[in-house]
Ligand binder design. Structure first.
Ligand SMILES: *[C@@H]1O[C@H](CO)[C@@H](O)[C@H](O)[C@H]1NC(C)=O
Ligand SMILES: *[C@@H]1O[C@H](CO)[C@@H](O)[C@H](O)[C@H]1NC(C)=O
Length: 212
């Protein structure tokens, strides 16, 4: 019995010391947003300057609806909640007006959870081998695996509201239509690479801020 106690004591001591050296130095690392971001996050703000407000984002209200999609998103990332730095998590709110949509997009570096709180949303994602589409109601939680092309459409008769969580403190958003038609990539090149005709491409560029 005694020997077992001694072994347990040393195991406990070992796990305590290794824990202490790896994590207690950085219980948290509030982003110093005055310094540049790095692949491993922002440098830490000195603890003496950290306050409770570094861990709070207030007023996650409705986002302004952006046309032509008639939808708005508010992302609560390390940029406006600096306590998220290094924690690999963030949040947001999605508002989709009547007939609105969050168009096809990807988050190359984040898995997304969508928690519907109001209205009806048809959500889905697309892979080379599988199409997943589901009609969602308040209380439904849908997951979009990291990196996949996905969308959300308001499929109800009123406004739709959802809250989201991302597995990254500063998720990237690549909107397919904006990438294709929101810059000056030439129309002949777009005709060849998308098989759309020039008139449709010019129409989309006019709506999404593209030229050329
Ligand atoms: C929404 O779309 C439906 C079907 O296209 C249409 O009948 C309706 O007028 C639209 N509603 C609004 C507010 O645009
Ligand atoms: C596209 O715009 C960039 C700068 O905005 C410019 O440098 C480039 O020459 C333009 N390309 C074409 C094909 O117009």
């Amino acid at each position: 019995m005694k020997m077992i106690h001694i072994i347990l004591y040393f195991l406990a001591l070992l796990s305590y010391t290794s824990h202490a050296t790896t994590t207690s130095v950085n219980d948290f690392c509030v982003a110093n947003l005055l310094l540049p971001n790095t692949p491993s996050g922002y440098p830490c703000k000195p603890q003496s300057l950290v306050t409770e407000n570094d861990f709070v984002f207030s007023k996650l209200g409705p986002g302004v609806l952006i046309q032509p999609f008639n939808a708005g998103t508010t992302t609560v990332s390390v940029k406006n909640l600096p306590g998220l730095n290094g924690l690999g998590i963030s949040a947001g709110r999605v508002d989709i007006g009547i007939n609105g949509t969050i168009p096809m997009h990807t988050h190359p570096d984040a898995t997304e959870l969508l928690i519907v709180s109001q209205g009806q949303i048809t959500a889905g994602f697309i892979t080379p081998t599988k199409l997943i589409v589901k009609n969602l109601n308040p209380g439904d939680v849908f997951v979009f695996p990291q990196g996949l092309l996905h969308f959300q459409v308001n499929s109800g008769v009123g406004n739709a509201v959802a809250f989201v969580a991302y597995s990254n403190s500063y998720p990237n958003i690549h909107l397919l239509d904006i990438l294709l038609f929101g810059n000056n990539l030439s129309t002949p090149t777009l005709e060849k690479t998308t098989l759309l005709d020039a008139a449709q491409i010019m129409k989309l560029k006019a709506q999404l801020g593209g030229s050329g």
